[in-house]
Design a protein around this ligand. Structure first.
Ligand SMILES: Nc1ncnc2c1ncn2[C@@H]1O[C@H](COP(=O)(O)OP(=O)(O)O)[C@@H](O)[C@H]1O
Ligand SMILES: O=C(O)[C@H](O)C(=O)COP(=O)(O)O
Length: 422
């Protein structure tokens, strides 16, 4: 198997989002969990998306894991590596987008990497290096209150420069509008000026096609699913991939019990939880009790067992910015985050032990903890539930999952997801 495209995603929902985008663009794609074992049996695919839980870990660990993934993908012929990051550039001044991009670029022998989180399909656009979420700049969006990576600077040239060894330049929209050759020339000029990365503007899908073609002339790039779309279209246009119809027939019904877990505190997820209360029993975990050592996970699991035979249930730790801040102030941001993720993972394990075969998880870090606890090795990509969120089918057992990026999905996402998991 010779891969056309190798992708390294810094969280599991982002990996799922990218796998969905590549599949829709005609690339036969599989999502793996962690750096795959050398003997992992994979179907004939054009692209592999390696999911890492590396977005919020120490930079040196993120670099090491990403390098392992890059080596695995390169050994299977990947002609280009995309480091998949969040469309809202979730990161801190300690990394990890800059350190990982620097390392992959240097390992590939490239002087500069094209970087863009633009994903117009989900209203992420970049203009003069500033990231917009819908109609507002990133720093004025709900992402300013993210529990782990609060984004309080919309200027991505500044943001990336603060976490990178090499300088960061800009490829403005006027240059992108001139086409791929102009973008490549700008990259070369910035490299001569000592820059190691360039934030590229993109407002429309056609800008992504230009950036994908330009990125493909080099060995690595960094971006969100929008750049993945551009790369996929460039691979098809260059005849390096024969587009395949998305294989949304992933085998027969699985049935079984169904459950939803939410650890995301995004504005979108909070609204989706509220709407779910009309469709299924909802239990809200008490983070303070959990962090004080009470068996909140055990109580939630017992609550679920009493109800799950009658239909799907939802358990959520999610809360608004003020409540999250209060918990973090008392217990610490990382300690609170990890403890709640671990509780969600324990609940998920208990649910699967008691017959759940259809599981919806909201939140990137939350999904990582759950999938790792379940020991799932890989997924095949199914129908799209909402922009950026597909149904996934496990490769090693009969289970449906949906790993929802915190900010994605419509108001009735949880119910919508379950209807696509027969
Ligand atoms: N009520 C809460 N208070 C503090 N932290 C929370 C709460 N609920 C969830 N968290 C933590 O917030 C983080 C949410 O991150 P993630 O799951 O990636 O969601 P998103 O996809 O929205 O970024 C996780 O570390 C989770 O454990
Ligand atoms: O927004 C994106 O590009 C991805 O779907 C993603 O990385 C989301 O991360 P989250 O932590 O699930 O919000």
């Amino acid at each position: 198997m010779t891969l056309a495209l190798g992708c390294i995603a810094d969280d599991y929902t982002g990996a799922s989002d990218l796998a969905n985008t590549l599949t829709k663009a005609g690339l036969r794609t599989v999502q793996t969990i962690g750096v795959p074992a050398d003997d992992l049996a994979l179907p004939e695919v054009d692209a592999v998306v390696v999911s890492l839980k590396s977005r919020s870990i120490p930079a040196e660990e993120a670099v090491a894991r990403s390098r392992e993934a890059a080596a695995w993908l390169t050994a299977r012929g990947a002609g280009h590596l995309l480091f998949k990051v969040c469309s809202t550039f979730d990161s801190t001044d300690a990394g990890n987008i800059g350190p990982v991009t620097d390392a992959l670029r240097e390992d590939a022998g490239e002087a500069i990497a094209l970087v863009t989180p633009a994903f117009p399909e989900t209203a992420r656009t970049v203009y003069l290096g500033h990231l917009f979420v819908g109609a507002v700049p990133l720093a004025e969006s709900p992402l300013k209150d993210h529990p782990l990576n609060p984004m309080r600077d919309s200027n991505l040239v500044r943001v990336l420069a603060r976490q990178s060894r090499a300088g960061v330049g800009l490829i403005d929209l006027a240059t992108v509008a001139k086409g791929g050759d102009a973008v490549s020339a700008r990259l070369d000029a910035l490299a001569r000026d000592g820059k190691g990365a360039a934030i590229a503007d993109a407002v429309l899908d056609r800008d992504l096609a230009v950036l994908g073609a330009a990125a493909l002339t080099r060995k690595i790039s960094t971006g969100a699913s929008g750049l993945g779309l551009g790369l996929a279209r460039a691979l098809v246009a260059a005849g390096r991939v024969a587009p395949a119809a998305a294989d949304t027939d992933l085998g027969g019904p699985i049935g079984g019990r169904a459950a939803c877990l939410a650890g995301s505190c995004s504005q979108a997820t909070l609204g989706q939880i509220a709407r779910a209360e009309a469709a299924m029993p909802v239990r809200r975990l008490d983070p303070a009790r959990l962090l004080a050592g009470e068996d909140e996970a055990g109580a939630a699991l017992a609550w679920a067992m009493e109800r799950i035979g009658d239909g799907p249930v939802l358990m959520a730790s999610s809360a608004g910015p003020e409540d999250v801040a209060a918990v973090q102030a008392r217990y610490g941001r990382d300690a609170a985050g990890h403890a709640i993720e671990a509780a969600m993972a324990r609940i998920a394990e208990g649910l699967v032990t008691h017959g759940v075969r259809r599981l919806v998880v909201a939140g990137g870090e939350t999904s990582g903890a759950v999938v790792d606890r379940l020991g799932l090795p890989a997924f095949r990509v199914g129908p799209e539930i909402a922009a950026g969120v597909p149904v996934l089918r496990t490769t090693d057992r009969d289970m449906w999952l949906a790993l929802k990026s915190g900010n994605f999905g419509g108001p009735d996402f949880f119910a919508d997801a379950l209807t696509l998991m027969p």
